[in-house]
Design a protein around this ligand. Structure first.
Ligand SMILES: [Zn+2]
Length: 75
């Protein structure tokens, strides 16, 4: 899954709309955490509820988003 729209963000917690690169399914998930680890490791492994594939299992390029706040910045 990849983020297609940020819906809201409170400090580093965010809600976003994700789209599956495989089947195009869109999902809203409010458990996002805006740090480098989440963008590079959690989202690429996030499985689509429709086809059960993730960015990794589909072999798609990972395109991490830039975090809103710098990595070690205390909000
Ligand atoms: Zn899918």
């Amino acid at each position: 899954m990849k983020i297609t729209k940020m819906i809201s963000q409170n400090r580093r917690d965010f809600s976003a709309e994700y789209t599956c690169e495989g089947c195009g399914n869109k999902e809203i998930d409010d458990s996002g955490y805006d740090d480098k680890y989440y963008h590079e490791n959690v989202i690429p492994n996030k499985k689509c509820n429709n086809c059960k594939e993730s960015t990794i299992t589909l072999g798609k390029p990972i395109e991490p988003q830039v975090t809103k706040y710098p990595e070690h910045y205390v909000i």
